[in-house]
Design a protein around this ligand. Structure first.
Ligand SMILES: Nc1nc2c(ncn2[C@@H]2O[C@H](COP(=O)(O)OP(=O)(O)OP(=O)(O)O)[C@@H](O)[C@H]2O)c(=O)[nH]1
Length: 264
C-alpha cells in the first residue's frame, strides 16, 4: 500500500476539459464540457468551502481478469506478467488537479477469489464509483459482472454510484474478435447502466483516458452534490456574503478516510 498524499500533483494529472467517453453507445454522459455551475465555482475558487477532496472507487470482478494490473499501470506505469492474487483488498490514492482544484481518487483493488470475498465486500461501502472488470478473452467473466455489481451496489445507497464496465487484456484479441466481444459487452453495459471501456494494462491502451474519465465524472458529481448541500446549509446575507451554518464537511471526510486507513 502507498500513501502518495504528500507528493505534488504530477503535471500529467491535470484535467481542464471533460474527457471523452469510449463509445456513445454506452456512456454515462455525452457532454464534452464540465457543468457550467461547477466550472464557475471552481473559477471563483469557492470550491475550497465545500470540503471536496476525495472520491472512493471500488474495482470488482473475477480473479485473474487484470484488476490489479490495470490499477498498477495507471498509478505506477508498470506491468507484471506474473500473477499475484490480491489478498482481501489494497488501495492507491491518485492525485489530480481538475479545473484548478485538487482532487483525489481513492482506488480500491479487491480480490476476485471467492475465499476473500467476505473481506473485500466490507470495503464496498461509500463508493462513488464502481468499476466492474472482465477479461475480453473470457466470456464467462463478462457474465459474472452483473453479480459483482449487485453485490457492490447492495452495500451502497441507491443511485449514488457511477458504474463502469471495463473489458481488459485488449492486446490478447484481434481487432475483429475485440469488436465481436464489445458488441456483447455493450448490451451488458446498457443493462447495468454502466459506461463501457476496453483497455490493456500490458500496452497501456486507453488506461489513462479511462481513469481520467472516471476522475472527471466523479469530481463533477461530487461538486454538484456539495453545491446542493451548500444551498441548504448556507444563508445569503446582503450582497453575496455567505455564512456557513454547518461544520466543515471536509473534516468529516478526512476522519472517514483516516478510519478506512486504520481498518485497512
Ligand atoms: N496480456 C495481458 N495480460 C494481462 C493484462 N492485464 C493483466 N494481465 C495478466 O493477467 C494476470 C492476472 O492479472 P491481475 O491483475 O493479477 O488480476 P486480478 O484481477 O487483480 O486478480 P485477483 O487479484 O486474483 O482478483 C496476470 O498474469 C497479468 O500479467 C493485459 O492487459 N494484457
Amino acid at each position: 500500500m502507498q500513501n502518495q498524499q504528500l507528493s505534488p500533483v504530477p503535471r500529467d494529472r491535470l484535467i481542464c476539459q471533460m474527457p471523452k467517453y469510449y463509445t456513445a453507445e454506452s456512456c454515462l454522459q455525452y457532454k464534452t464540457h464540465f457543468d457550467a455551475q461547477v466550472k464557475s465555482v471552481c473559477q471563483q475558487r469557492h470550491a475550497g468551502n465545500f470540503g471536496l477532496k476525495m472520491s472512493k472507487v471500488v474495482m470488482v470482478g473475477d480473479l485473474y481478469v487484470g484488476k490489479t494490473s490495470l490499477i498498477n499501470r495507471f498509478c505506477k506505469n508498470v506491468f507484471d506478467r506474473d500473477y499475484k492474487a490480491t489478498i482481501g483488498v489494497d488501495f492507491e490514492i491518485e492525485r489530480f488537479e481538475i479545473l484548478g482544484m485538487p482532487f483525489n481518487l481513492q482506488i480500491w483493488d479487491t480480490a476476485g477469489q471467492e475465499k476473500f470475498k467476505c473481506i473485500a465486500s466490507a470495503y464496498y461501502r461509500g463508493a462513488q464509483v464502481i468499476i466492474t472488470a472482465f477479461d475480453l478473452g473470457d466470456i464467462q467473466t463478462m457474465e459474472h459482472t452483473k453479480r459483482w455489481l449487485q453485490d457492490a451496489l447492495k452495500e451502497n445507497e441507491p443511485d449514488t454510484c457511477s458504474v463502469f464496465l471495463v473489458g481488459t487484456k485488449k492486446d490478447t484479441l484481434s481487432e475483429a474478435e475485440c469488436e465481436r466481444t464489445e458488441r456483447d459487452a455493450l448490451k451488458f453495459a446498457v443493462e447495468m447502466k454502466a459506461e463501457y471501456w476496453s483497455v490493456s494494462a500490458k500496452t497501456g491502451e486507453n488506461v489513462k483516458d479511462f481513469f481520467f474519465r472516471v476522475a472527471a465524472l466523479a469530481f463533477e458529481q461530487s461538486m454538484k452534490k456539495e453545491l446542493e448541500k451548500s444551498k441548504l446549509s448556507t444563508a445569503q446575507i446582503g450582497a453575496g456574503n455567505l455564512i456557513q451554518l454547518e461544520g466543515n464537511p471536509g473534516e468529516k471526510k478526512e476522519n472517514d478516510l483516516q478510519h478506512n486507513m486504520n481498518c485497512c
